[in-house]
Design a protein around this ligand. Structure first.
Ligand code: ADP
Length: 255
């Protein structure tokens, strides 16, 4: 059995809002993801999805329990080591794209390489390569405000991929995209997952977007309530299954 790319053991997150207001947002989660999986995280609003994503990607740290990323337990690293580890191992894509408006797409994408002190020539080659993969090599000189939402999101994926990460973390990455740009985004992510075996962990509310994944992780009230493998299901069958799981939440309101 290969070593999982991600593993949590009794992952618990408590937010301290001042005594006696403690709030346990995640309850002792045990979770494993294998390299090359395309995971989709869903669940009602306030169920703990963002807390979970933040805690498995070194953005935040568990109150109790362990998180192993690519075999390394995150508490075993110093703050400096974590920074380096994060930039080498994880790529992030957010709903708001988070591109710097005062920098061109090229400069935005090259930023992680500059921070890692990569040589200019190698950095340039790497930027050109990921931009070509994402089909934006012709517009690298443009500023984010001169680009469409879809182009900006492609720029954000390029920046997430430029360091060749093992895991791509995406929190509602299609939330600001129209349907067409969202499906183009999904096609690119799917290709990345299949051809380069990048592990994808993506939060979304949209069952259609989720139907591109290989496994659904459904979080409710701070626990993983269920996981569903796509397995032998067609994308359409998987889509209906995901829709049903999400709808059962709304149905409960009428019972
Ligand atoms: P989701 O992403 O599923 O909407 P979150 O992970 O953002 O859920 O939040 C889970 C729960 O934790 C919610 O009840 C939220 O109010 C609470 N929460 C999130 N962040 C904080 C924080 N920084 N301080 C206190 N409570 C928080």
């Amino acid at each position: 059995m290969p070593q999982p790319i991600l593993k949590t053991k009794n992952l618990t997150k408590i937010y301290y809002l001042g005594q006696p207001n403690e709030f346990e947002a995640l309850h002792s989660i045990n979770f494993t993801a294998q390299a090359g999986e395309f995971l989709c995280v869903m669940g009602p609003s306030g169920s703990g999805k963002t807390t979970f994503i933040n805690n498995i990607s070194t953005i935040d740290f568990p109150t109790r329990g362990w998180v192993f990323i690519d075999g390394v337990e995150i508490h075993s690293m110093s703050a400096n080591e974590i920074g380096r580890f994060r930039s080498r191992t994880l790529g992030f894509v957010f709903q708001e794209f988070n591109l710097l408006e005062t920098h061109t797409l090229y400069e935005n994408i090259a930023m992680p390489l500059a921070l890692a002190k990569a040589k200019k020539k190698e950095a340039g080659e790497r930027v050109e390569m990921v931009a070509k993969q994402m089909g934006i090599q012709e517009i690298l000189h443009k500023y984010p405000r001169e680009c469409s939402g879809g182009q900006r999101q492609r720029g954000a994926i390029c920046r997430a991929l430029v360091m060749n990460p093992k895991i791509m973390i995406a929190d509602e990455p299609t939330g600001n995209l129209d349907r067409r740009s969202a499906s183009e985004f999904l096609e690119l992510v799917d290709k990345l997952n299949r051809e380069q075996a990048v592990t994808i962990i993506m939060v979304t509310h949209d069952p259609l977007i989720a139907s591109y994944s290989s496994r659904l992780v459904y979080i409710k009230d701070g626990v993983i309530q269920q996981t569903v493998e796509k397995g032998g299901m067609s994308q359409k069958e998987y889509f209906w299954k995901i829709t049903e799981i999400n709808a059962s939440e709304s149905k409960a309101i009428f019972e």
